[in-house]
Design a protein around this ligand. Structure first.
Ligand SMILES: Cc1cc2nc3c(=O)[nH]c(=O)nc-3n(C[C@H](O)[C@H](O)[C@H](O)COP(=O)(O)OP(=O)(O)OC[C@H]3O[C@@H](n4cnc5c(N)ncnc54)[C@H](O)[C@@H]3O)c2cc1C
Length: 882
């Protein structure tokens, strides 16, 4: 981008619209903003520190009118050059927008401005008994805005996931100064997941001015252990062994001998300086389960030749271990003027050979390297030490860094697990993505930012931005094959491979023929019937021949299945190893492609997250035949835009999903439910609200009406399911029982064989067969706290008549009712929505009826992306909001 100078007049105009806000244009003061935590440099022409969303919008409008780059900045701790003005323009510092604006203790969410320091949020929610799991090691300094833009991770992300898994909605200032909200505080909005796309987009699609974050209950107990090894290989193998045993510790961090020495010298934490490697392992849960969890982990570690195990006996001892871990980067400053952190991620079972290979690479380049990293995630952080005044050495450092990342990609990993692409790794993006995939990212960028002013020079490689790729249509663009040739029509309509699917879509595009994508066929009865201008004119493209598991790694906790595989087949295969992926469908014929495309899962979110949190990667074919591989089979990956999120819940509006890679969980060792009959809806909601506060290992908290439940004759029932290690389940159900008794529900029964997800699946199957069923969504707080009046409004019917299941933790009510207009009005007033779930078997709806009834603020962006990828509107026309 050509640098444009900001004139005195331009500054005057800006100061006019931002009275009292800091606008820095003094070249001396600007020096402080030339760097971030990376090795890059950039000179901004000014720095602006707005105090409100409106002011951010003013600044962006002002910059857009002048074609000036806008670089959002949090604390500048980023390690990939994302916050530097590499192409000039202005830095928009969010440092003054640092309010926590709302906390909902019952629904467990918090609304924050981007300038809030991570640690401030962490400490604040903990005082209220809540927990925000993403925990970057830079938490003392970095901002939530920076965390969102980079999709930050941290030590506890192994068990609890990364930033994107906790963000339900955003407020964003777009490149033209317009302010929109994406998502919200309800769940599973019927829209393209722009929230998921914006998280990790490094400020290149818009400026985030507010975020709605999901929280967990604070975890009551933690035990921390240090395991000491005589070799890095043994430590790496121990990580895999712990996971293969079906144990999910809260953290699994590793340090090698070089780093142990450096850190000990700085932190004096009593680290074993003669060890070759150490692991920091934490188990969490109720105090009652910690001993047995740790005993089992210790047993595995000993079998893997751990030389010594040291368990922290006090909070002070634990703090000392973490202080050492978190001081690692700072400690290096004592021995080296600079270092490069290489942030690749690999499947964790490959840790030991990869570390050995990285050592060889660094030896060959005559460089010193140390390791301190998130071993449980396979997120390596080789720290390569160097002297920045030695240009030849700097060159060697970059060469070694590139080779390490090539290695990571070669074995199925990624070029960045948590630090982002920024300026530093944009040239490496083609290592991971073919030109067709890069082009897809560039097209997203153009939809959001046609002028290219939002943080230019980041993420996308230069050639891509200039449109120098092969474009669509060549082998390199990800479009494989040469047309249908001699294929039978049957194969075209029921492709057997991703290549055949790509050819089929290309042929349909060439013929201008619309098509419906069909999985197991269960959703055609589940979701609103799509409307065609001329019924019967569409081809049906079935995933029925795309079946089978194509990759399965128990010690790396992932499985890849083709789209037409039924969930039942997948779970049966996983069950052999006592694994599962937390998905439940009412129909045995439901395919994984259909489940992901419709984003439809049982009430399991509290324990495992939603579908968007379980999908690590997927392959999709765009309507022009481009094959897109989105994500990788690793739990941390922030390379480029998160394309997978766009396909989850897209109802195939953007293309055909051909396979999905899911995160695996060990099958819970224990699972049990409490069932309590309740006489009135008001009472059920009141006690349900109190039960929400208990949920830690709970997988479901349901309030049911009209369900057949064992031993329940009351009109309503509460179902509380807990799962996990037996001691945790025991303690949690005892707590839930106490809440029920305090609420006067003394006759609660414990049923070991039953799970809330099963109750939901059976009820839904019956309800959908019987008539129109709605899914009504509201922020969980409004179901639980506002209680009866809200629920009545949502239900729209006298409390006694309409059968329903309310997933209290998610704010989702499944309701057998045809009163969609009233339900919709009530839900939308609360920031939610109401959609029709049944189509074919249900009460027929009037022609022109809108089953979604929802128009998100970013609808124009969604439609523009659809138009870009499917210009003839052939793919599943009128089956979704775009
Ligand atoms: C010692 C140290 C340890 C670290 N440990 C970790 C770790 O464990 N895990 C981890 O993930 N990272 C880690 N990091 C990297 C860094 O701290 C994170 O990337 C962090 O999220 C950046 O936050 P920040 O506020 O400093 O953002 P900045 O560096 O200011 O900006 C980072 C990116 O976010 C964009 N951005 C900032 N605010 C907004 C906004 N409101 N809207 C849109 N875009 C915005 C910027 O344009 C830039 O692209 C570490 C860094 C250091 C120095």
């Amino acid at each position: 981008m050509m640098q444009r100078t900001v004139s005195t007049d331009d500054w005057r105009v800006l100061r006019g619209v931002l009275p009292g806000s800091a606008v820095v244009s003094d070249p001396v003061e600007l020096i402080a903003y030339e760097m971030d935590g990376s090795l890059g440099l950039g000179q901004p022409q000014g720095v602006i520190l707005p105090r409100s969303t409106q002011e951010v919008a003013e600044v962006v409008r002002w910059a857009a009118a002048r074609g000036l780059p806008v670089v959002a900045r949090g604390a500048g701790t980023g390690l990939s050059g994302g916050a530097i003005a590499s192409e000039g323009g202005v830095i928009l510092s969010l440092a003054r927008m640092k309010r926590i604006t709302e906390l909902d203790e019952v629904g467990r969410s918090v609304v924050v401005q981007p300038g809030v320091i991570h640690l401030t949020l962490d400490e604040f929610v903990r005082t209220r008994g809540l927990y925000y799991p993403p925990d970057p090691a830079s938490g003392r300094a970095c901002t939530i805005g920076g965390n969102l833009a980079e999709n930050a991770g941290g030590p506890h992300c192994f068990k609890y996931g990364v930033t994107t898994n906790y963000i339900t909605g955003l407020e964003v200032v777009l490149a033209d100064g317009r302010v929109i909200r994406t998502g919200g505080r309800a769940f599973d909005y019927p829209e393209l997941d722009l929230t998921g796309l914006l998280v990790g987009s490094e400020g290149t699609l818009g400026v985030i001015t507010e975020a709605e974050c999901r929280l967990m209950r604070n975890i009551p107990g933690i035990k921390t252990m240090m395991a000491i090894f005589n070799s890095v290989e043994e430590a790496g193998a121990a990580v895999s062994a712990v996971i293969a045993r079906g144990l999910i510790p809260a953290t699994l961090e590793m340090m090698d001998r070089g780093m142990i020495g450096i850190v000990e010298n700085y932190a004096h934490a009593g680290l074993p300086t003669d060890a070759e490697a150490l692991l920091i392992i934490e188990a969490d849960g109720y105090a009652e389960s910690l001993e047995s969890q740790m005993t089992e982990i210790a047993q595995v570690l000993r079998q893997q030749n751990a030389r010594e195990l040291r368990t922290a006996q006090t909070a002070a001892e634990r703090d000392r271990i973490w202080y050492a871990r978190k001081s690692a980067f700072g400690a290096i400053a004592q021995i080296s003027p600079a270092y490069l952190i290489v942030d690749g991620t690999v499947p964790r079972s490959k840790l030991a050979p990869v570390l050995a290979e990285i050592n060889r690479i660094c030896d060959r380049h005559r460089l010193r390297v140390g390791y301190v990293f998130h071993a449980g995630d396979g997120n390596l952080h080789p720290l390569i030490l160097f002297d920045p005044s030695d240009a030849e050495m700097v060159h060697r450092v970059h060469e070694a860094g590139r080779e390490v990342l090539e290695l990571c990609v070669r074995i199925g990993g990624t070029i960045t697990g948590e630090h982002g692409v920024g300026t530093e790794k944009r040239a490496y993006m083609p290592m991971m993505f073919n030109p067709g995939e890069l082009r897809a990212m560039q097209e997203i960028k153009e939809v959001f930012d046609p002028q290219g002013i939002m943080n230019p020079g980041k993420i996308l490689p230069e050639a891509e931005v200039k449109g120098q790729d092969a474009g669509v249509g060549g082998q390199d663009a990800g479009v494989r094959g040469q047309g249908s040739g001699g294929r039978s029509q049957g194969a075209a309509n029921s492709p057997r491979s991703v290549e055949e699917a790509a050819e089929a879509l290309r042929d349909l595009a060439a013929a201008g023929r619309p098509y419906r994508i069909r999985g197991g066929g269960t959703k055609s009865g589940l979701l609103p019937a799509p409307v065609l201008a001329k019924p019967g004119m569409a081809t049906t493209l079935s995933t029925a021949a795309l079946t089978g598991i194509t990759a399965y790694a128990v010690d790396d906790l992932y499985v890849t299945a083709r789209a037409g595989t039924t969930l039942a087949e997948l779970q049966a295969e996983l069950a052999r190893d006592r694994m599962w992926t937390p998905l439940v469908s009412p129909w045995s014929a439901a395919t994984i492609g259909g489940i992901v495309a419709t984003n439809f899962n049982a009430p399991l979110r509290m324990r495992y997250g939603a579908i968007r949190d379980l999908v690590l990667a997927l392959t999709a074919v765009l309507p022009d035949g481009r094959i897109i591989r989105a994500g990788r089979a690793v739990v941390k990956n922030v390379a480029g835009y998160d394309l997978a999120k766009l396909f989850i819940g897209s109802h195939a509006a953007l293309g055909l999903i051909t396979d999905v890679t899911f995160k695996l969980w060990p099958a819970p060792r224990a699972r049990a439910s409490l069932i309590a009959g309740v006489d009135t809806l008001a009472h059920g909601l009141e006690v349900g609200g109190r039960l929400l506060r208990v949920c830690l290992t709970a997988s479901a908290l349901l309030l049911c009406h009209g369900c057949e439940l064992p031993g329940v004759s009351a009109p309503y029932a509460l179902v509380y399911t807990a799962e996990g290690v037996p001691e945790d389940v025991q303690v949690e159900l005892a707590q839930a029982q106490a809440v029920l008794e305090a609420g006067g529900l003394t006759a609660a029964r414990r049923v070991d064989a039953l799970a809330g997800s099963q109750v939901w699946a059976e009820w839904l199957r019956t309800a959908l067969a019987a008539g129109m069923t709605l899914r009504v969504a509201a922020p969980p707080k409004d179901l639980a706290r506002v209680g009866l009046p809200t629920f009545r409004r949502l239900a729209t019917l006298p409390a006694s008549s309409a059968p329903f299941i309310a997933d209290l933790a998610s704010g989702l009510v499944y309701l057998q009712s045809a009163e969609i207009a009233a339900a919709r009005q009530a839900a939308q007033r609360l920031g939610g929505y109401a959609i029709v779930l049944s189509g074919e078997q249900a009460t027929p709806v009037a022609a022109g009826f809108d089953p979604w009834g929802y128009a998100p603020e970013g609808l124009d962006l969604m439609a523009a992306l659809k138009a870009r990828w499917d210009p003839q509107a052939l793919c599943n026309p009128n089956a979704f909001i775009v």
